[in-house]
Design a protein around this ligand. Structure first.
Ligand code: GH3
Ligand code: MG
Ligand code: MG
Ligand code: MG
Length: 296
């Protein structure tokens, strides 16, 4: 572990440092509470061994500052108290410390506490990884691996909050019901994956592609105008057609998509629901006028 030591007394500092190193850990040493806080932010140590009484930021302040700053990580905090008085220990634990040792420091006492620290911090690291994997999974469509609607509503919320211009493109696969009927559901699934990959590959890194529903996708494009979003979508449409996935039930003989575009720009700042409706209406027009096309 990376262990931060905070003590204003030079002798105590050296004793603590020797004990921590003897336990096989890496040391970062601070001469008071303020520099301990700076070093904490700089190095994110797994454990902190801190004196209670220090000028400036004291041990209790340091505990509170660390606990307030923690998000996904957990820092195991061990207080070094000269008195070992119940009152000091209670205040320390209430401020966020996990354990304490008394001065004069017994290296063995510190060693066994650092073993506990290691176990607790690695458990917290596992939990943080698990939590972030779940967060990711909850926002991913399992078939296509695209973002799902939960992620879409979060992203649209952020775009609106930041007042950024963007365009929406609602995409629907043409005659897909008959594709399933002719080629089977499994082939249908494989075609959806191929189309999803093609959509994601045809837009810029800053644009985002979501699976909106069964064979419907939504693209969020960081475009300034409907016209330029239309040009992007025309490229996307031809990229899907270029896959040349055979579909005998389609007039073109291949799987194609239709798309409808709406825009959140200076002239038009409608709400999310309204923009989705507008993109859907444009999509409906694309379908009605013959499919395999983009409508603004
Ligand atoms: P249109 O050109 O008007 O969009 O015709 P369509 O046949 O694509 O439209 P419709 O909405 O009637 O059919 C959509 C079909 O998409 C119905 C459903 O079986 C299929 N579908 C939806 N989700 C999935 C999926 O996850 N896998 C597969 N294989 N098919 C799906
Ligand atoms: Mg002191
Ligand atoms: Mg549909
Ligand atoms: Mg369809």
């Amino acid at each position: 572990m990376k262990v931060l030591i905070a003590d204003d007394d030079q002798i105590s500092r050296m004793i603590t440092k020797a004990a921590v190193e003897q336990s096989g850990h890496e040391c970062i040493v601070a001469v008071d509470g303020d520099s301990a806080w700076q070093l904490y932010k700089e190095h994110s140590p797994e454990a902190v061994v801190t004196d209670l009484m220090m000028p400036g930021l004291n041990g209790l302040d340091l505990c509170r500052a660390i606990r307030a700053a923690e998000e996904d990580s957990y820092t195991y905090i061990i207080l070094v108290t000269s008195h070992g008085s119940r009152k000091d220990v209670l205040a320390g634990m209430e401020a966020g410390a996990d354990d304490y040792v008394t001065k004069p420091l017994d290296p063995f006492s510190l060693h066994i506490r650092l073993l506990a620290a290691q176990r607790i911090t690695s458990l917290h690291a596992d939990l943080a990884r698990y939590r972030s994997a779940l967060t990711e999974q909850a926002r991913t469509d399992p078939l296509t691996k695209l973002h799902n609607r939960l992620k879409l509503s979060e992203d649209l919320g952020n775009l609106h909050r930041n007042d950024h211009d963007y365009c929406l493109a609602m995409v629907d696969v043409d005659n897909f019901k008959s594709y399933n009927d002719i080629y089977g559901h499994q082939a249908g699934d494989a075609a959806l994956v191929a189309i999803a990959t093609s959509l994601a590959g045809a837009v810029r890194k800053s644009d985002a592609v979501y699976r909106f529903g069964g064979e419907e996708f939504l693209l969020v494009l960081g475009e300034q105008s409907t016209a330029s979003a239309g040009a992007v979508m025309e490229r996307v449409r031809s990229a899907v057609a270029a896959l040349r996935i055979e579909h005998s039930g389609d007039p073109d003989g291949i799987l194609t998509i239709s798309a409808g575009v709406s825009a959140f720009t200076d002239g038009h700042r409608a709400g999310t629901e309204q923009l989705l409706r507008e993109a859907d209406l444009a999509l409906y027009a694309a379908k009605a006028s013959g499919r395999n096309r983009v409508t603004l």
